[in-house]
Write a protein that binds this ligand. Structure first.
Ligand code: G
Ligand code: G
Ligand code: NA
Ligand code: MN
Length: 254
């Protein structure tokens, strides 16, 4: 596949970047967390969306190299922010299925965090529920270990996978992310509103943080505030942006 060949060269050619999207506290308005999102702009050609190249990288096995690059870059940036003393937000990294299910990915993440002088609580990971269902005992033990050390573990796109709720009882999880499809339709559709409310309720009863993604309107925010959602992420607040823009955002004007 042509795109895979181009992607193979993207790392050496420095065509990859991370953008960061803030997650904001509904109560305080403070930026609590930054989700790292991979961006690929080939030297020649238009930017390619991760929605397109991540599945390709998963199929070709290139996801391991890409994932290592993301981990390294996110930890390097977080360490630089820490050293500058300005930012105390966590940074969240997306891990796809094949990455998490590979036996040594989580160990490499831990090593990467340590190598950059970060504390486990400076970093989080986002997984989908399907990954947890497929994880074997060894992977789960590794996740539990990270959880107990203080790494934040969020379930991405919560409610859209093929799982039953019972996995929440057994798996090491610190946060649920309400999928943006529910958030988008909640103002108009009572069913989406009900799912959103139920997710926040069950999350809180289980002692989890709840994050709503794809928040674009004041109306969606009003619902989420009324339902006591913890964190909100979306274009209403901030789009994903380069690290330099995060610097400006956190330092403020002047
Ligand atoms: O931000 P954007 O809409 O472009 O992201 C599209 C999809 O790509 C999302 O599902 C997101 O989770 C995924 N994605 C973005 N960055 C990464 C990454 O670094 N690793 C993995 N595995 N997925 C990512
Ligand atoms: O699958 P995951 O939840 O990781 O995907 C995150 C994706 O959502 C990224 O592609 C990001 O660019 C996108 N995104 C972030 N904020 C918004 C938003 O307010 N609306 C929409 N439609 N997409 C968003
Ligand atoms: Na995500
Ligand atoms: Mn998501």
């Amino acid at each position: 596949h042509r795109l895979v060949e181009r992607l193979e060269r993207a790392i050496v050619n420095r065509e990859l970047h991370l953008h960061y999207q803030p997650q904001v506290s509904v109560v305080s308005g403070r930026i609590e967390n930054l989700e790292a999102l991979l961006r690929w702009t080939p030297l020649e050609g238009e930017p390619v969306s991760p929605a397109e190249f991540i599945p390709l990288a998963e199929r070709s096995g290139l996801i391991h190299q890409l994932g290592d690059w993301v981990m390294e870059e996110a930890c390097r940036q977080q360490a630089a922010w820490r050293a500058a003393g300005r930012v105390d937000s966590r940074v969240d990294i997306n891990l796809s299925g094949r990455q998490v299910l590979a036996p040594d990915t989580l160990e490499r993440l831990e090593a990467c965090v340590a190598r950059h002088g970060l504390r486990p609580q400076d970093i989080g990971i986002e997984l989908t529920e399907n990954v947890l269902i497929e994880a074997d005992a060894g992977i789960l033990e590794r996740l539990r270990y990270l959880y107990h050390r203080g790494v934040r573990i969020a379930i991405d796109d919560f409610g859209t996978g093929y799982s039953s709720l019972s996995y929440l009882k057994h798996f090491p999880v610190t946060a649920l992310k309400i999928d943006r499809a529910f958030v988008r339709d909640a103002p108009e559709q009572p069913e989406d509103r009900a799912i959103m409310e139920a997710t926040i309720f069950i999350g809180h009863r289980l002692g989890l943080e709840v994050v709503a993604e794809g928040v674009e309107t004041a109306e969606q925010l009003a619902l989420l505030r009324e339902m006591r959602c913890d964190l909100v992420q979306g274009y209403l607040f901030h789009p994903p942006m380069p690290a330099e823009d995060i610097d400006r955002l956190l330092v403020g004007p002047g």
